[in-house]
Every structure is written in C-alpha cells, then in structure tokens.
Design a protein around this ligand. Sequence first.
Ligand code: PY5
Length: 308
Amino acid sequence: MPAPNRFAFFNGEFVPIEQAQVSVMTAALNYGLGVFEGIRAYWNAEQEQLFVFQLREHMERLQRSCKIMFMELPYSADELCTLTVELLRREGFREDAYIRPLVYKSDQTIAVRLHGLSDAFTIYAVTFGQYIPGSAIRACVSSWRRIEDNIMPSRAKVSGGYVNSALAKTEALLNGYDEAIVLGDDGHVSEASAANLYIVRHGALITPPITSDVLEGITRRVVAELARAELGVPVIERPIDRTELYVADEAFFCGTGAEIKPIIEIDRRPVGTGQVGSVTARLVELYRDVVRGRASAYRSWCTPVYPG
Ligand code: PY5
C-alpha cells in the first residue's frame, strides 16, 4: 500500500493535509493563475535514503515562472529546498515520491489580471510510481497545437497551460495511443503533453530548441549532459519536422514524471526497428542510477532527505 500523504506546507506552516483547502472563489481556480513544479524523490534501499532529484533546479525554475506571472514567492531557492526536505521528513516516505510546489493567485475578487492580487504558496507530496505506464510506448501526433509563447508562456509551468496538455493527452489515450506529440504553431515538433522529446539520427541526439514553445525541461538538460559526458553522443538543438519523426532511428520522451520513456511507434510507423534503440536503452539505465544517487559523479544532483 502506498504511504498516504499527511501534511502540506500551506500559508507559511506545516498543517495536516485536510487543512490545506482553498475557496471556490480563488482566482487561481477560476482562471488557471498558478505556477507549479513537479519534482521526484527516489528511495535508495541500500542506503536507506530518499534522494530528491535536481531540487534546486526545480525551485529556481519556479522562481522564474513567478517572475513571468507577477507572483510573489517570499522564499529563496535555498529556503524552498529546506521546506521540501522538511516536508518529506515529516511524511517519512520510504518509497518513491512526487513533490508539488504551487504558487497561485489566492485573491477572491472577480478580477482577471496578474498585478495587485494576493499570492499564496503550498507544497505537498505523494508517493508515486510511473507517470506513463509501460517500458516502451506508442505515440501519435496530436491534432492540438502547442500553446505559443505569445499566447501564454510555454517555457514556464503555468497551471492554465495544462488545458492544452490535457486536451492532447486525452485525445491520444482515447484514440488508443499512450502519449501525444504536439506540434508548435509553425508546424514543427514541440514536445509531448507533459514531457520533452528527443530523437536519435545518425548517432546524434536531436531535440527542439527552447524557441519551439517547449517547457524548459530539467530532464531535457540532464539528458543532454549525460549523453555528452557519459555516452560521448553529440546533442543538437534544432527544429524537427513531423515526418522526421517517422524516419528517426530512435525516439524518447523525457521529464520528471515521464522519466526517460522510449517511443517505439509514432503514427503507426515503427520507430527504427520498432524495438528500444541502443542509445535510448543506455540513457534509461544511466538515468535510473543517477536519480537514485548510485552514480558518484552525479551525487550532487541528489539531495538526501534523512540525516546520516
Ligand atoms: N513539458 C511539459 C509541458 C511538462 O509539463 C513537463 C513536466 C516537461 C516538459 C518536462 O520537464 P521536466 O523535465 O523539467 O520535468 N511535467 C510535469 C512533470 O512532473 C508535470 C506532469 C503532470 O513531469
């Protein structure tokens, strides 16, 4: 049985999760005016330790999302990290978990704007397994287009933007696929519903640039670093066409929730041989060790929760 979450950090203090409630009049609930993060913590059984992966990177992105959205977050990145560790200690999780910090417009007036409204902040955590089930998955190109940066910020994790993600994901699942690949307004590949995308061609990793309306993914950066340093595989950021997906040697999604998820079919065409490719397989394995604090070279990416 997964451990239930018992606490939230809410309005400046740790409270039982039942007390972390908002009114139906809250602006964030009515208009999607929130910014959030999704962070994973991995249980390392040998060391009896819970490691939070890329904690500071996530908190710094949360601060950048706040900046875009005129939101006040009265904590430094270090304080946000400390609060997260404290929450996880209170929960006492001894299994993999997922942490959700959320900053939101808490005002209860009928006002659609960003400035001059009150902000609130909460963090909660739940035990968590796979976000996308399966070890290799089938994807389709969505009929929905990715939110464009002049419509709403696509590089930041803005709550309202997930309407776009939910539309694409539901369409893909109801049509019998596991995940959606969403094209940008210019017709080039952007990303998945809630994960970034890489393809492999001629021995190089290719991913759309951050000007292709992608979320500035932390796993996307981690993959690039690991591929260059550990596999000696070059990483190229450039636009990807839809049909280039069909001729790629390998493809995978990456994200905190998705982790590294091999794609073996796109729009009913096998990716490469239709089996998980060798570069992808090596990255899956490497990532698995790195996030659990088993790769000493990358131990600094993992924040231990428990003392000792
Ligand atoms: N693109 C979008 C739209 C995302 O929501 C996410 C993460 C990513 C890419 C990957 O970013 P990162 O590597 O920084 O996690 N999505 C969240 C996650 O926790 C929300 C999922 C419900 O994976």
